[in-house]
Design a protein around this ligand. Sequence first.
Ligand code: ATP
Ligand code: MG
Length: 562
Amino acid sequence: MEKTATTNFIREIIDEHLRTNRFHGKVHTRFPPEPNGYLHIGHAKAICLSFGIARDYKGLCNLRMDDTNPEKEEMEYVNAIIEDVRWLGFDWGGRLYYASDYFDKLYGYAVDLIRKGKAYVCDLDADQVRDYRGTLTQPGKDSPNRGRPVEESIDLFERMRKGEFEDGSRTLRAKIDMAHPNIIMRDPVLYRIKREHHHRTGDKWCIYPMYDFAHCLSDSIEHITHSICTLEFENNRPLYDWILDALGAHHPQQIEFARLNLGNTVLSKRKLLQLVREERVSGWDDPRMPTLSGLRRRGYTASSIRGFCDEIGVAKMNSIVDVNVLENSVRGELNRTAPRAMAVLRPLKVVITNYPEGKTEELDAVNNPEDAAMGTRKVPFSRELYIEKDDFREEPPPKFFRLAPGKEVRLRYAYFVKCVEAVKDPKTGEVTEVRCIYDPATRGGDAPDGRKVKATLHWVSAPHAIDAEVRLYDLLFTKRDPEDVPEGADFRANLNPGSLEVLPSCKLEPSLKNAVPGSRYQFERLGYFYLDPAASGAGKKVFNRTVSLKDTWAKVDASKKR
Ligand code: ATP
Ligand code: MG
C-alpha cells in the first residue's frame, strides 16, 4: 500500500517522543469506533491516520469497539465496521478488542478509585446532577454525598452492580472539583445504573461505565502510546489524565486533530441513522450516503478514499472540504484504470437508411486511451442504432453542434452520419426516430476529403444492445452547509429531492454482457459507472454513476454549492 510521504503535526509529536524515548521506541495507535452506526468518510480520515501512522512507524494499530452504550449498539454495526476497515485496506493483526471485554477490569479500577478517596456513590438523579453542576460562569455545588465514607461507597457501588437500585437512582462519580473551570471536571459521572441488554455481555451488567471512564482506561489497558482523536475531545483530556494519574495507570498521549467536514454532506451518525430510519435513503449503503458502504456501492475504490484522506491532510482547525475534492480522487484513478464502453442512457433510435439491412460490421474501439496496454475491443455497427435523446434537436439552438436535420456528426469509431429526417409521434409530436445517411468513406471516423464535423457522438447498435438500469446521483443536500436552515427546521429541510434519478431502459454495447458485478467502466461522455452487486442479479444489470467526467458541481446553480 502507498506510504504517506508528507509529515504533519501528529507525526512531529511522535518523532519527538521517539527522540526522547518517551514510549521506549514504541508506536501503538488504535481506531475506536462506537458500534452505533456505519462508518463514514470522516471515520476513513481517522482510520487512515491511525493505521497509517502504525504502518509508517512499524508500530501497531488496534481496532476497538467502544461499546459502552448498549441501548444504541448492535452486532450489525460491529460487523459492518469490521468489513469497512478491512475494505479500506487496513489490518489490525488479530487485535480486535471490545471495551465491553474490559468491564470487569473497569469495575476493579472504579473500586480502586473509591478506595483512594477519589470517587463516591452519589444519590442524586440525573436532573439533580445537572442542577448541581453549575454553568460556565457559575461554580457547581457539592453533592450531599461527596463526603460519604469510603466503605459506604464501596458497599453501595457493589449493590449497584448487584441490581439493588433503580435505574438512574445512583451514580458513581469522580471526586475532583465542583468549581473547576472545565465543567467536565466537576465530579463527572463514571458509572450509571442501566438495565439494558448488551450485545456482547448480555444481562451480566446493570451498571455501565461512562464513555470517558471506559475510553481512557481501554487505551491504557491496551498500552496505546498515541490516542489520536478529534478536537472535541480536547476538553476531555484533563479528565483522562486525572483518571489515569489517580490510578497510576499507563498513560497514552492523546493528540487531537480537526474532524473532516464535507460540503453538502452530514457526517453525524445520529443524523445518518435518521435518514435511514425515515427511509429518505434506501439504507446505510445507499450510494448517496457518505458512509464507506455507500461510497463502495457508489463505485468508489478504497485506494481513492485513502488518496483523498492523504490529500486533505490533518490540521488543528476545523474546515469544510468540497465534495469535488473527494470526487476528483476517484475520477483521477478511474481515468487511468477503468475500461471505456459505450452506453446510451436515454435512447433515441437512429436508422441509417443507406446502410444494408442485416449487415453488421465489427469496429475497433480503444479500451483506454490512457493505457495502451488495455488494448482494443470490437463493437458491432448496424443499420439501426441508439443515440442519446439529448444529442438530437429538431430545432437546434445556436452552437448546438450535435445531430439535427441536415447536420453531419461523427459516430465514435464508426462513420460520419447526416440526419435526413426526424420521425415524430403524430399524437405527441415527440421525435421517435431519426433517419440518417452514412458516408462509407469515413469508416474509423475521419473523412478522406478532409471535411470536419463538430461533434462525436457515442452510440450502441440496436439489435446487439443489452439492457441495463442506470442510476444517477446528485448531492444529497442542496446547501453546502446542510445545517443552514430557517428557524424551526432542521438539516432535512435541505435534502435534495432530485438526488436520485433512475433510468430503467438504458442500452449498452454488447461487450458488457458478461460484465462482472463490482466492475467499473467509463461510459464515454457520461462518467464512471459501477456495476452494483447489491442491486444487480437475475439477468438484471444496475449501474451506479460513481462520478461524472468533469467537475459538474462547479457549473450548477451556485446556491447548490454555497
Ligand atoms: P458521530 O459524531 O458521527 O457519531 P463519533 O465521533 O461519535 O461520530 P465514533 O464511533 O466515536 O464516532 O468515532 C470513532 C473515531 O472516529 C473517533 O476517534 C472519532 O474522533 C473519529 N471520527 C468521527 N468522525 C470523524 C470525522 N468527521 N473526521 C475525522 N474523524 C472522525
Ligand atoms: Mg463518539
